[in-house]
Ligand binder design. Sequence first.
Ligand code: APR
Length: 265
Amino acid sequence: MPECRAYYSMRGNVQAARLSGSTSVASTSDLGIVREKIAAARSLAVLTGAGISADSGVPTFRGTDGLWRNFRAEDLATPEAFERDPRLVWEWYNWRRELIATKRPNPAHAAVVELERRCSEFWLITQNVDGLHRAAGSEKLSEIHGNIWKVRCTACGVVEDNHDVPIPILPSCRHCQGLLRPHIVWFGESLFASDLSRCAAALQSCDVLLVIGTSGVVYPAAGFASVAKEAGAFVAEINPDATPHSETVDVSLRGRAKEVVPLLL
Ligand code: APR
């Protein structure tokens, strides 16, 4: 998939994504067009970001409530930050675990499950690590940035489920006592090859791609809409604010995920 960089990175100035965002409700005619495209689709792909979980009360990364102790995600979600201060990074993830543990899937997550049920060829690509898509019932999905409820041993590499809230800091591997890290793809790390190839296949073959609640500034996911569009898909974005992709997608539905996505069924 040459169009998609496997490296997890940021593009340009984040502020560029916060264009003069409108919060106007999606127009009925645009909604109708997207609904028709979905109904006729043989193959459907969905890409989600933090915005879909915002409606469950999970703060987005680049929204006003995305900071923790004045750190940005880019300051903490890196191998360098973990090497420098694993305690600080684990405290941040523990805070996020405590927060996410209290959240439940919202009607947008449920609508994505229904889309999966209706379309025989379906793939969900999520950048979210909160596990809310799985909790809602999604099964055909790639969690391309990992999952906050999994840990990986930095010494022996074993990956395990871990739902501890709070998680003991610093957590250690029950097999070899090595330091555990979140099983999350950090800035500067590559996505898992199996996820990339599965996502590439979905993007190349889908008739329709829905892009829900992502600022579109973090690669490789930021390139997925263009990959699908170049392969001939109809691409619709659902976001209350404009993004760098709003001008190039086929339809940009301005509104909150929990309000707009159920209307697409
Ligand atoms: N419904 C839909 N979209 C929403 C909503 C909502 N209720 N509320 C906010 N949004 C939109 C914002 O307008 C913004 O475009 O969700 C997007 C959230 O953007 P980010 O915080 O940048 O999150 P995301 O795009 O998922 O970030 C990508 O960056 O920090 C890393 O690993 C992290 O997976 C994350 C990646």
